[in-house]
Design a protein around this ligand. Structure first.
Ligand code: GUN
Length: 296
């Protein structure tokens, strides 16, 4: 049977349409959710991500503020901007695009963001809330998007063996916590595998659901995947492609052509996890707005 292709593009569209309706209701009650996205420096990839976030806000009716600060911005200046946004009632979510220039202490910036506005879910308060299963916290957008893909695609995680390949704070660790959490889209038995895992390939083959976020193009091949497994590919890698006018193309961490025939369901790259990340940022901002005045 051909695999189910899990379209992040289609699922994100559905999520965004639901959010748009919610935003309309909030606005009618005089509460417009607002997101501030801060970019320090001129990293071209970061610049394009920040613009995409800003455009999406406008498309679905969120108030957005895009702050593009020069690479020479000092730590103190950046903290002053964060403090202003913490105190701005029109702003419910604050995102400082990563990675910042080298002279910026990223962890100190994350700590300065009011946890109630930390729609990235990077502040220790939100990491802790995820760990203890407190739903009032914010979960990082990429793992949250992966979980939503599984739910929307009808993949049963309860009792399943989920193997997370990658242990970053951005994806692997929070995704593992989501999967072992109680309730819908959770209740899984979770293995977190990484570069130091003994017999990594056998571990991958034991997965009912394999989620890959290691940043290596086409790392996972057909031999690594059990017949009938579900595969979620978080990777976005540029590889040279002379047949493409731009000279490169985007591929995931999974060899899609080789793995797809064995999988029950699989996400493509592009058009899989990517569109969900931005949709979840919008969802977290709406959640932050709705929780305003109900903190505690
Ligand atoms: N850079 C790449 N992904 C992300 C993200 O999810 N949040 C932030 N703040 N920066 C990023």
């Amino acid at each position: 049977m051909p695999p189910q292709i899990i379209s992040g593009t289609a699922i994100a569209e559905k999520v965004l349409a639901e959010l748009q309706a919610e935003i309309t209701t909030l606005k009618a009650a005089g509460r417009t959710p607002g997101l501030a996205v801060v970019l320090v420096g001129d990293n071209p990839a970061s610049r394009s991500y920040v613009r995409a976030k800003d455009r999406m806000c406008q498309k679905i009716g969120l108030h957005s503020e895009k702050l593009e600060l020069p690479a020479t911005t000092t730590q103190e200046e950046l903290l002053t901007v964060v403090e202003r946004l913490n105190n701005d009632p029109a702003i419910h979510g604050i995102l400082v695009q990563s990675p910042p220039p080298k002279h910026i202490d990223e962890q100190a910036v994350i700590l300065a963001i009011n946890p109630a506005k930390d729609v990235d879910g990077f502040h220790p308060v939100n990491v802790g809330k995820l760990a203890i299963g407190d739903p009032s916290g914010f979960v990082p957008c990429t793992p949250l998007g992966c979980q939503r893909l599984l739910i929307e695609a009808g993949v049963e995680t309860a009792g399943a063996h989920v193997v997370m390949l990658g242990r970053s704070m951005l994806v692997g660790k929070p995704f593992a916590l989501l999967m072992m959490g109680k309730g819908k889209g959770g209740d899984a038995t979770v293995t977190v595998a990484h570069s130091r895992t003994r017999d990594l390939r056998a571990t991958m083959r034991s997965a009912d659901v394999l989620v890959v976020a290691i940043g290596k193009a086409n790392f996972v091949t057909a031999d690594d995947v059990r017949e009938g497994a579900v595969v979620i590919d978080v990777g976005i890698n540029q590889i040279d492609d002379a047949t493409n006018p731009c000279g490169y193309r985007l591929v995931g961490d999974v060899d899609f052509a080789g793995v797809a025939p064995k999988a029950a369901a699989i996400t493509p790259v592009p058009g899989g996890v990517g569109p969900m990340t931005i949709a979840m940022l919008m969802a977290n901002t709406v959640k932050a707005c709705k929780l305003t005045g109900h903190e505690g």
